[in-house]
Design a protein around this ligand. Structure first.
Ligand SMILES: Nc1ncnc2c1ncn2[C@@H]1O[C@H](COP(=O)(O)OP(=O)(O)OP(=O)(O)O)[C@@H](O)[C@H]1O
Length: 284
């Protein structure tokens, strides 16, 4: 991957002409964006638009990436980023036959091996379990936890190394409203108190309102890169969901004019159907 000049005051993530091919398809095409440090950036868009692929590229686990993608001033995937970037995938990566604390102990030992780091590891584990509000379940077998609790164990693992950048792929799927609120409060305190940069994907539009900035995606491209307020104002919309639908409508109309393809209304309906309305979640 090409990497050019890296300014000291660059964003936490800088993408230029970022393209990703999966199989025989170009699933991300010529993306350019900056993720501001110490802020929460939401990655939103319909299922299949490329959110997970973009996150995989940022954490360096995606093949066939071209263009420029810098993370914390280094090329994405650089070995020095391992301890500086936390990543939580959609599927919880937790050992079900270990307790919550044993899971954390194990991953802490991988991150910081050696007897000399024992006290620091114990402190990090206790802090991470507290961060995700699982202190009372610390000695429960992971296999006996609910789906939402398991997701929080995964998040605790990602918090172990006190990452500067936290990449979260739909962390609130399957969580009840109270847990979702608590998690979003945690994200905000991580950004405000620890200066953690958070890149979080969601297809639930009401979560967009909780982000400092939004990258709205559609069909492998960036439809908008702005604050929720600016998006609402620019499109004359009451909600980010409405703003997103207006932007889709504009994009579809432009495409229809240039390609004289299928009627815009049908394409718009298809795109809009893929967006989950505020407060609802899809099951998969
Ligand atoms: N191995 C693969 N080979 C070819 N195409 C793939 C492969 N994996 C994913 N894709 C395609 O890449 C596109 C982007 O997928 P991705 O998982 O990044 O989307 P997403 O926005 O995260 O979706 P979701 O919200 O459902 O998780 C989709 O159209 C998907 O079909």
């Amino acid at each position: 991957m090409m990497n050019s000049l890296r300014a000291a005051n660059a964003g936490a993530v800088e993408a230029r002409a970022l393209t990703v091919v999966r199989g025989d398809r170009t699933v991300l095409s010529d993306l350019g964006f900056t993720v501001e440090p110490g802020r929460i950036t939401g990655l939103l868009g319909p299922s299949g638009c490329g959110k997970s692929t973009l996150m995989r590229a940022v954490v360096g686990t995606q093949a066939k990436v071209s263009g420029t993608l810098d993370v914390l001033g280094r090329p994405a995937g650089h070995p020095s980023l391992r301890a500086r970037v936390g990543y939580v995938t959609q599927a919880p990566s937790v050992y079900t036959d270990l307790t919550v604390r044993q899971n954390l102990d194990y991953f802490a030992a991988v991150l910081r091996p050696g007897r000399g780091h024992r006290a620091a590891r114990e402190e990090a584990v206790t802090r991470a379990i507290g961060d995700v509000d699982l202190t009372r379940r610390a000695d429960a077998l992971a296999g006996t936890l609910s789906g939402g609790q398991l997701s929080r164990v995964s998040l605790a693992v990602a918090l172990l190394g006190t990452p500067e950048l936290l990449v979260l792929d739909e962390p609130t799927v399957g969580l009840d409203p109270v847990l979702r609120r608590d998690l979003w409060n945690l994200f905000h305190s991580l950004a405000a108190d620890r200066g953690t940069t958070i890149l979080v994907s969601s297809h639930v539009m009401d979560e967009a309102e909780r982000c400092h900035r939004l990258l709205l995606m559609r069909e492998g491209g960036i439809l908008a890169d702005d604050t929720p307020d600016a998006l609402r104002t620019r499109t004359g919309s009451a909600t980010v969901e409405e703003a997103f639908l207006r932007l889709v409508e504009e994009a579809v109309t432009t495409e229809a004019v240039t390609t004289e393809a299928a009627p815009a209304t049908a394409a718009h309906r298809a795109a809009a159907d893929e967006v989950t309305p505020a407060g609802q979640e899809t099951t998969r």
